[in-house]
Design a binder for this molecule. Sequence first.
Ligand SMILES: Cc1cc2nc3c(=O)[nH]c(=O)nc-3n(C[C@H](O)[C@H](O)[C@H](O)COP(=O)(O)OP(=O)(O)OC[C@H]3O[C@@H](n4cnc5c(N)ncnc54)[C@H](O)[C@@H]3O)c2cc1C
Length: 497
Amino acid sequence: MQKTIMIIGAGLAGLSVGCYGQMNDYNTRIFEMHDKPRGLCTSWKRKGYTFDGCIHWLMGSGSGNFHRLYEELGAVQGRRMINHDEWMRFEGLEGETFIVYTNLERLEQHMKELSPSDASVIEELCNTARSLTPRDLPVEKPAELMGLSDLLKVIKAIPIMRVIRQYSKISNQDYASRFSNPFLREVFPLILDDMPNLSLMAVLWLLTNSHIHNAGWPVGGSLEFARSIEKRYLSLGGEVQYHAPVEKILVENDRAIGVRLADGTEHHADLIVSTADGHTTIFDMLDGKYVNDEIRSYYNEWPIYQPMIQISLGVARDFSNEPRSVKILLEEPINVGNEVRSWLHFHHYCHDPAMAPPGKSVVVFEFLNNDYAYWKELYEDRERYKAEKERLANAVIDQLERCFPGVKDEIEVVDVATPVTYERYTGTWQGSYMGWADTTGKFGKSMSRTLPGLGSFSMAGQWVYFGGGVPGAVMSGRHLIQIICKEDKKKFVTSAP
Ligand SMILES: Cc1cc2nc3c(=O)[nH]c(=O)nc-3n(C[C@H](O)[C@H](O)[C@H](O)COP(=O)(O)OP(=O)(O)OC[C@H]3O[C@@H](n4cnc5c(N)ncnc54)[C@H](O)[C@@H]3O)c2cc1C
């Protein structure tokens, strides 16, 4: 008889578990609390504009092992990927400009022009990025299933592993402190995610993948990307039930046997897989009964990707000739929640005609590292929460008006998402936008997929892999089914549509 697998969550990880499960003759069913497949990989429509809330760069967009995974999941066939010339540019108050070109030769030349005395630090950065070969990363199998036949792949990956080991110990902030140029020193740690303590590997990864056109933007946006995986899942015979929040994981004799939904109905299966938020899964759905010190220490000590505030504008003006992504230093800092910010980051989506009506643009402001507790408390008082969102939107619109006079009157839609928005829509712990953060020493780490003492249960997704993002989420689904196949003494098979 076909083994049944019940999956909690139709984010990318849940859909991936489902697809690979179906490919391997398991009978899978997904319960998703919302009305769409997406989780954090989403976008939303407002008055003809599409506001994207996720993908900035998709590792594996062009080729290589991650790309093959996306092909198996039907996510990239027929989808154009756009590779940008610039990742971002920083503009200071005295006319200083640092452009993070995606081409490494151009970046190196530009940085050297900006700061000739930093030539050796710049060369080290660019040469290290050039030395990485992310297409060859052996991601198609979990480490514990690798055998002799994978030796060649592992040997091929040794140089990359060496670089990872060396540079994952250095933070962006530490590396930045090696620049003598004060502007580079200030802005380098802000290249990625405004998290100075992120491991330098994260930036190197971005640079190397961008350089080889493997960190593109999927035309149509994040929700379309997620929808194509849902389509693949359904075509493989999978079943998704939307509006089906799981309240509890049912356990009998320390074995997960099913789930109870918020409507009180109970559903049983041979295996239960949660791809929902890890904290909710472990401490709410399972009442914290299957934890040990290691798991507790993760939730008490390990850094997470901080939550985000996203202010999206639909503007009746064509921004396509403007730089795509800019961080400007403000003359007067603005208050964001209870934090004071002197850098303002905004970007437009004119590279993708699907995002705005012709001649119009989507312009998005982002603030990372926000105080989740502040927003959570504010949300309790809906009027104050609304007023703070409005104040913040007006503050950034005023800044945009300074850069582009007259734009204020051309704004047709304003949409503000706070850390509470992300939490409400996906359940993500403390509004985190990408789970565990790959800060120094944590790069490439993962948490156990299983819980101590609990059988017939596994987890997948961004709360298992550190800094995994989209590639980590889909990879974790594949790995899990490979492990299940191995336990069932079945040959793992895949196909691509
Ligand atoms: C603003 C932003 C920018 C990002 N940028 C990038 C990027 O540029 N590149 C990149 O690779 N990644 C990026 N990411 C990260 C990436 O989107 C996520 O890491 C990935 O989508 C996580 O997928 P997941 O399936 O593991 O988790 P989730 O997407 O969180 O999916 C979990 C699913 O479980 C559902 N669920 C939760 N609780 C329950 C319940 N009780 N019952 C039923 N269902 C439940 C949720 O609704 C959700 O659908 C970004 C994310 C955000 C928010």
